[in-house]
Ligand binder design. Structure first.
Ligand SMILES: Nc1ncnc2c1ncn2[C@@H]1O[C@H](COP(=O)(O)OP(=O)(O)OP(=O)(O)O)[C@@H](O)[C@H]1O
Length: 266
């Protein structure tokens, strides 16, 4: 079968429980069962898709993205980016991927431009200023180019994280809740920019709790619950399930059915 932009094959993730005593780090004994965050997740996202990964808090979205970005290993199963295995062919898979993380992580000692030049350097790009300036322009950050990262507001720092993910022009872009805590203005300009990248052929994987955002942008959606995919369909088909009552209604109904099946309350 030909490669896809993103592939997960029977992925499981179990987090080991925290050790109670420091000396237990040096023993091979199991310290308990561990927490099963992902359970047999298989997913194939084709080139050029705008794909939404939805799920309640703790469903496993970030765990899945972390495996894709090589930040964490799957306990079982495989993941690939543009056909490159994220473990055996890490450099190629990482080069094909731009990740906008959920947390605001930044180095307080650098300016925006320095931050982006350093990021370009990680990918071996030494003359990248033209592209960096274009990205900054589309993210409304041109006037902050020489500002220190510390001096930016939370929303602006988030824009820099988006720019950081794009410096090496990756064909696949993963955005983990990129609009959490940002103003309407940025959301609009960010989505216009990301949609443009998608029209130009980039594959987008988006996680968000703003369901109207996913409804407007994503062609296909997977819903995760307790580490398992409980729905995977086109956005249109999910909307048709609820007679066009909106993605939020579809989400609530699917999660409720899953809760009933699991015998728990929402
Ligand atoms: N490093 C870790 N060690 C132990 N448990 C973890 C770790 N990282 C995540 N978990 C647990 O795994 C589960 C899935 O977390 P994850 O962050 O992947 O969910 P999420 O769907 O991204 O949630 P949110 O929407 O709140 O960001 C949660 O119960 C979380 O507490």
């Amino acid at each position: 079968m030909s490669s896809a932009a993103i592939e997960f094959e029977h992925v499981y993730k179990t987090y080991q429980p925290a050790v109670k005593h420091w000396w237990q780090r040096f023993t091979n004994r199991s310290h308990g069962e561990g927490f099963k965050a992902l359970h047999d997740v298989s997913l194939r996202i084709e080139y050029g898709e705008f794909f939404g990964l939805l799920g309640p808090n703790g469903a496993g979205k970030t765990s899945l993205i972390s495996i894709l970005a090589g930040l964490s290993y799957a306990t079982e199963g495989r993941a690939r980016v543009c056909g490159h295995d994220v473990v055996n062919d890490f450099r190629a898979s990482r080069r094909a991927l731009g990740v906008v993380p959920q947390e605001l992580v930044y180095d307080p000692f650098f300016t925006v431009m320095e931050t982006l030049r350093i990021q370009s350097g990680y990918f071996g790009l030494h003359r990248n200023d033209d592209w960096i300036e274009e990205v900054l322009h589309h993210l409304g950050l041109s006037d902050k180019m020489h500002a220190n990262m510390r001096a930016l507001s939370g929303g602006m720092k988030r824009r820099v994280l988006v720019a950081q993910a794009l410096v090496h022009r990756p064909p696949v872009i993963v955005l983990d809740e990129p609009t959490a805590g940002v103003d309407v203005d940025l959301r609009r300009s960010l989505w216009e920019f990301i949609s443009r990248l998608n029209r130009e052929g980039h594959t987008i994987l988006l996680t968000t709790h703003y369901l109207e955002e996913a409804e407007a942008l994503c062609g296909r959606i997977a819903m995760l619950k307790r580490g398992q995919i409980v729905a995977l369909d086109t956005t249109d088909a999910l909307l048709a399930r609820v007679g066009g009552a909106g993605l939020e209604e579809a989400f609530v109904q699917i999660m409720r059915q899953e809760n009933q099946a699991a015998g728990t309350a929402l």
